[in-house]
Design a protein around this ligand. Structure first.
Ligand code: GDP
Length: 312
């Protein structure tokens, strides 16, 4: 494994990326997380629990952050060994641990159409196009993210119509791949209800859908990790279902409202808790449907996964 051969040290990156759709932005999943509010102008915080005024999100989005090499997601056929740190920095998607590969192209969405709603895996479209499934707890921001990805205000409403909330909803993008909206989970509080959600609508799809390139597990970064999300991530990891973690609501930064934690802290805690479920660190990315943070980056990541999948 490329990762195993890499020395364990931290990169600290300030420069913007050379990629048109991405700029460098690092977050260190290992404590202490260090962030500076503006480039070079403030010393990094040594303790995120320190009470500080909430900076504007644009400042934070530009902040230099650190990440350890062994926590990067390095796509297949991508070798970063021996790469100069500043060049490597330019290859990492902003607000994520994702290294870009040569497969990252054709990311733009020009067309998006609702295709169908299915209640069984075998009823899903059979044209063999690659797909990405969005899943997350009810209210995590899945519809907002879907609409933001396709730049359509109401497309995801289709899957919120009566009778479709518990379906596998397919949206065809650019006539050559699918975004799939899966039922939200965790709405009911009784354990047997949760189990019903999980078993009936998603397990079979995850295990048997041969064109599924990756699950995108949405996790609310404005609140501390929830057990049900950890269970979900654990199940996917243990069943070796490819997964990308999408942290939503990263614009919600007010400490008091969020139980005293910033999104970066919640994200780090979540990652620490799921680390044992995976052989290598899964890709993760910070998003906000309010500021569109992460939108272009998710599309580039989907593009590189998709183009690699199509070649193999
Ligand atoms: P779903 O149930 O997962 O489809 O969630 P929705 O997309 O319907 O969003 C649930 C609630 O969270 C709504 O009130 C949204 O306005 C809000 N929301 C969704 N995404 C974001 C986000 O990125 N930032 C903030 N602040 N609120 C969001």
């Amino acid at each position: 494994m490329v990762l195993a051969q890499l020395p364990r040290f931290h990169l600290s990156i300030f420069a913007k990326s050379h990629f048109s759709l991405a700029s460098s932005h690092f977050i260190n999943p290992n404590p202490p997380v260090k962030l500076a509010r503006t480039l070079f102008s403030l010393p990094p915080r040594s303790n995120l629990a320190t009470v500080e005024p909430t900076p504007a999100s644009s400042d934070l989005e530009d902040a230099p952050v650190e990440i350890s090499l062994d926590r990067l997601f390095i796509p297949p056929e991508t070798d970063i060994s021996g790469e100069d740190p500043s060049r490597l920095a330019a290859r990492i998607l902003k607000g994520s641990n994702i290294v870009l590969s040569r497969y990252a192209r054709d990311a733009q969405v020009v067309q998006a159409d609702y295709v169908k709603s299915s209640v069984r895996t075998e009823d899903c479209p059979a044209d063999g196009l690659p797909e990405f499934a969005l899943v997350g707890r009810s209210n995590v921001g899945k519809s907002s993210l879907l609409n933001s990805l396709v730049k359509r205000k109401r497309l995801a409403l289709t899957s919120k119509k009566p009778g479709k909330t518990q379906c596998i909803n397919h949206f065809r993008i650019n006539d050559n791949w699918y975004l799939v909206d899966l039922p939200g989970y965790g709405y009911a509080t009784a354990p047997h209800e949760l189990k019903k959600d999980w078993n009936k609508f998603t397990k079979d799809y995850f295990l048997n859908r041969s064109t599924l390139v990756s699950v995108f597990l949405l996790v609310d970064a404005s609140i501390p990790p929830k057990q049900i999300d950890l269970d979900y991530a654990s199940w996917l990891g243990q069943n070796q279902v490819p997964m990308t973690m999408v942290f939503t609501k990263c614009d919600k930064r007010k400490k008091k409202k969020n139980g005293g934690k910033r999104p970066e802290e919640n994200i780090k805690e979540f990652q620490d808790l799921i680390q044992g479920f995976f052989e290598t660190t899964p890709p993760w990315i910070m998003t906000s449907s309010v500021t569109n943070q992460g939108r272009d980056e998710i599309l580039l990541h989907m593009a590189q996964l998709r183009n690699y999948w199509l070649k193999h």
